[in-house]
Design a protein around this ligand. Structure first.
Ligand SMILES: C[S@@+](CC[C@H](N)C(=O)[O-])C[C@H]1O[C@@H](n2cnc3c(N)ncnc32)[C@H](O)[C@@H]1O
Length: 355
C-alpha cells in the first residue's frame, strides 16, 4: 500500500468504512498525497488528455463565446472571467487570445482561477504570463460582480456518493479494507425513503452533493450579479442508474480501489442534477447539448478551414484529426455535453439555441 493507502486504511480501522465520496476526495485532493496535489496529470506523458490540450480551436471558440456574452451583458467596464479547474491554463490562454479580437473585452476581464493543485497553479502562471491573475481555493471566494465562468472537466473530478439496490432497499456503497486491500462494500442499513421502483437488482445510483454545492455557488453568483457559465463535461443529460466511477492511469482504465492518489478518479456528470441545482439557486440552465453539435454551431469547421490555409501538410492532418476527436460521435462529440447557466430571463446563449 502507498502512503495515502496506509493513511486511509488506518482511518477505516479506527472509524469504519468510508463513503465513496470521502475516498474519492482524499484520493484526488489530499493535501500531501492527493492525485492533483502532487502532479500535472495532463497530456501524452500523463494520464489523460482534455479538449483544450487537443486543439487551440476549443479554447478559442470558448473565448469568442465569452466575448459575445460580455457584449450581451452590456459590455461592463469590469467583470470576473473565472475558470474552475483550469488544468495547465491552456484553455484560458487560447480564450483570451481569441476574445481579444473584440475591442475592450480583455481590458474589462479580471481573471480568477479556482484551483486547488499547487503544481497546476504553477503551470497556469506560465501559460498566462503577463496577465494579472488571482487564484482561489473555492468558488465562494470569488469576488462579487458580473461574471463569466468556464468549467471544462471540472465537475467530473468532484466526489460522488453511490447507492446500490439490495433486497431491503438502497444501501450506500462504502470502501472497506481487507488483507491490506480496499474493497467496495454495502452499508448494511438501507437509506429510508430512497426509491426507484424500475431499477434492477444491484443497480447503482450516483449523487454528488459536492457538484450540487459547486453549481449552487455559481448559480447564486449569476442570479445575484449577472453573467453566465459554460459547463463542459462527459456525462448524461437525464439522471439514470449506472456505476460510472472510473480510474485512469497512463491513458488506461485501472482499478479505482488500488493505489489511491496514483490514478485519476472521475465519474460521469448527471446534467439533470446540475440543472436542478441551477434552478434552485435562482439561475437558469440551458441544455445540455452534445459537445460536437455545440462546437459545430459555434463554427469549429470554419475555424479549422481558416487554420489550414497556412498549414503544412502535417499540420493539416493534425487539424483534421483534432476536429474529428472533438466533434465525432464516436469520439468526444456525443459523450461530452455542454450546459450553460444564465440569469432566469436570458435567452439561450450561442451554441445552445436549438436544444
Ligand atoms: C480533469 S482536470 C481539467 C483541466 C482543464 N480544465 C482542462 O480541460 O484541461 C481537473 C482540474 O480541476 C482541478 N480540481 C480538481 N478538484 C478541484 C477542486 N475541488 N477545487 C478546485 N479545483 C479542482 C484540478 O487540479 C484540475 O485543474
Amino acid at each position: 500500500m502507498n502512503q495515502l493507502g496506509r493513511h486511509l486504511a488506518d482511518r477505516i480501522r479506527l472509524s469504519g468504512p468510508l463513503s465513496i465520496a470521502v475516498y474519492m476526495a482524499a484520493a484526488l485532493g489530499h493535501p500531501k498525497w492527493g492525485y492533483y496535489t502532487s502532479r500535472d496529470p495532463l497530456g501524452r506523458a500523463g494520464d489523460f488528455t482534455t479538449a483544450p490540450e487537443i486543439s487551440q480551436m476549443f479554447g478559442e471558440l470558448i473565448g469568442l463565446w465569452c466575448a459575445d456574452r460580455w457584449q450581451f451583458m452590456g459590455r461592463p467596464g469590469h467583470f470576473i472571467l473565472a475558470e474552475l479547474g483550469p488544468g495547465r491554463g491552456t484553455l484560458m490562454a487560447d480564450a483570451l487570445r481569441a476574445g481579444g479580437a473584440l475591442p475592450g473585452f480583455l481590458d474589462a476581464a479580471d481573471i480568477h482561477l479556482v484551483e486547488t493543485s499547487p503544481v497546476l497553479r504553477g503551470a497556469q502562471e506560465n501559460a498566462l504570463t503577463g496577465r494579472a491573475v488571482a487564484w482561489h481555493d473555492r468558488i465562494a471566494d470569488l469576488p462579487h460582480g458580473p461574471i463569466l465562468v468556464i468549467a471544462n472537466e471540472f465537475f467530473d473530478a468532484l466526489p460522488i456518493r453511490q447507492f446500490q439496490r439490495g433486497r431491503q432497499g438502497w444501501h450506500e456503497r462504502m470502501v472497506d479494507v481487507r488483507n491490506d486491500a480496499f474493497i467496495p462494500v454495502l452499508n448494511p442499513l438501507a437509506v429510508p425513503g430512497m426509491d426507484f421502483p424500475e431499477a434492477a437488482a444491484d443497480a447503482v445510483f450516483e449523487v454528488s452533493p459536492a457538484r450540487a454545492a459547486a453549481l449552487a455557488a455559481v448559480g447564486h453568483h449569476i442570479a445575484g450579479h449577472g453573467g453566465a457559465a459554460l459547463i463542459i463535461d462527459y456525462g448524461h443529460g437525464a439522471s439514470a442508474v449506472g456505476d460510472t466511477l472510473q480510474a485512469m492511469r497512463a491513458h488506461e482504465y485501472t482499478d479505482p480501489f488500488q493505489d489511491p492518489g496514483a490514478a485519476d478518479l472521475t465519474a460521469h456528470v448527471d446534467f439533470q442534477a446540475l440543472a436542478a441545482a441551477a434552478d434552485a439557486a435562482g439561475a437558469q440552465a440551458h441544455g445540455p447539448i452534445c459537445q460536437g453539435r455545440f462546437l459545430e454551431q459555434l463554427g469549429i469547421g470554419a475555424r479549422a478551414d481558416r487554420l489550414k490555409v497556412r498549414a503544412t501538410e502535417d499540420q493539416v492532418k493534425d487539424i483534421d484529426g483534432a476536429l474529428h476527436r472533438l466533434t465525432a460521435r464516436d469520439q468526444m462529440g456525443q459523450l461530452f455535453k455542454v450546459m450553460a447557466v444564465t440569469t432566469p430571463d436570458s435567452p439561450a446563449p450561442p451554441g445552445l439555441e436549438d436544444v
